[in-house]
Design a binder for this molecule. Structure first.
Ligand SMILES: [Fe+2]
Length: 150
């Protein structure tokens, strides 16, 4: 799948460049196609320690205890081995996409927040993509099909 990166702020768009960057407002012309914008594990069945620290772990709960029926809880942690959150090495942001369209960004401060976050979805089907950006190790993603989750 083609990925486009905003030259101004680094936001990543799937499939096509947006008219304006949803993060910094830069116009479409500021986006460049970058097939290597997302890091991928060398062997998905045998992850290295670095890969385990960066690939987001996604939990979906269709029984939201806060908003109630119709709401789908999404919780994310970076990663299977939790990533550090330090001034020199941290998760800058976690972006959420529904059917490859950007829907939300979480920006944890390293001194006070774990590399984890959650959102409440109004949709109960489709594909959810979670992208995290580590200041030293780049962008990593996980994807889940919401409808297949009980
Ligand atoms: Fe990292």
């Amino acid at each position: 799948m083609e990925t486009f990166v905003c030259k101004k702020c680094g936001f990543l768009a799937f499939l096509e460049a947006p008219v304006f960057c949803p993060i910094c407002g830069a116009p479409k012309e500021q986006f460049v196609s970058d097939p290597n914008a997302i890091k991928k594990p060398a062997d998905p069945k045998n992850l290295t320690e670095l890969e385990k620290k960066h690939i987001p772990v996604v939990q979906i709960n269709k029984q939201c205890g806060l908003i109630g029926p119709g709401c789908v809880d999404v919780n994310v942690k970076v990663g299977e081995i939790m990533h550090v959150m330090e001034q020199k090495h941290w998760i800058i942001y976690i972006d959420f996409y529904h059917n490859y369209q950007f829907i939300a960004r979480f920006t944890p401060k390293p001194e006070s927040v774990y590399p984890a976050g959650g959102i409440h979805l109004k949709v109960s089907s489709g594909k959810l993509t979670v992208l995290e950006n580590c200041n030293l190790h780049g962008r990593w993603v996980s994807e889940v099909d919401i409808y297949t989750v009980e």
